[in-house]
Design a binder for this molecule. Structure first.
Ligand code: SF4
Ligand code: SF4
Ligand code: SF4
Length: 191
């Protein structure tokens, strides 16, 4: 299969995944899992949020038999969202970096809050909270639609791009500092 076809297969697989970016499949998000399936590295039964319906769609796309969700990766549950107990929040911001869709609003030393419409229920913010003030509750929105998945994919891509840009800027800054130090040291040795 050509590289172009492999990329397009990953795109087609990614389009069928729920985009909660929860990492329960064992990959860093839906896109890496889609690529792993398209490369033959991962099986189609590893996505708990997609459940049996998602596996069925993947099986049809790939023309392979469907199978049950592999319980090693978790179980399918009703859609949940995170809720922050704002009276207990200490404003440490530790929940912000793990959120794949930037669904948490807050700044240092201020209480934080979850924008329910943007929360994918991934649970990635729960463990980093040092005061255990984030709980997962069953969402009143019972259906995770394709529009939800598309919005989540876009927001996750935007967050990833921002992180890559910030890393590049940081590394450029460090390089400039190193070059300046090297120049200063050279100046000292030639005096
Ligand atoms: S929804 Fe979660 S488990 Fe499913 S593919 Fe995306 S990151 Fe993996
Ligand atoms: S608020 Fe928490 S559960 Fe909701 S998307 Fe962000 S990290 Fe996931
Ligand atoms: S990690 Fe917990 S305490 Fe820290 S800002 Fe987030 S919700 Fe508040």
């Amino acid at each position: 299969m050509s590289e172009r076809n492999e990329a397009s297969l990953a795109d087609q697989i990614d389009a069928l995944l729920p985009q909660t970016q929860c990492r329960k499949c064992g990959y860093q998000g839906c896109r890496p899992y889609a690529e792993a399936i398209s490369n033959g590295e991962a099986d189609i039964d590893q996505c708990p949020p997609g459940g049996d319906q998602g596996i069925q769609l993947l099986a049809e796309l790939l023309n392979v038999p469907a199978k049950p969700l592999n319980p090693e990766f978790g179980v399918q549950r009703p859609l949940q969202i995170a809720v922050i107990d704002e009276t207990a929040c200490i404003g440490c911001t530790k929940c912000l970096p793990p959120c794949p869709t930037d669904a948490i609003l807050g700044a240092s030393k201020q209480m934080h809050t979850v924008i329910a419409a943007l929360c994918t229920g991934c649970e990635l913010c729960v463990a980093p909270c040092p005061v255990n003030c984030i709980s997962m509750v069953v969402s009143t929105n019972t259906e995770w639609t394709k529009a939800n998945a598309d919005l989540s994919r876009l927001r996750h891509q935007a967050k990833n791009q921002r992180q890559v840009k910030a890393e590049a800027e940081k590394s450029e800054r460090l390089n400039r500092q190193k070059q300046l130090l090297a120049k200063l040291n050279k100046g000292k040795t030639t005096v």
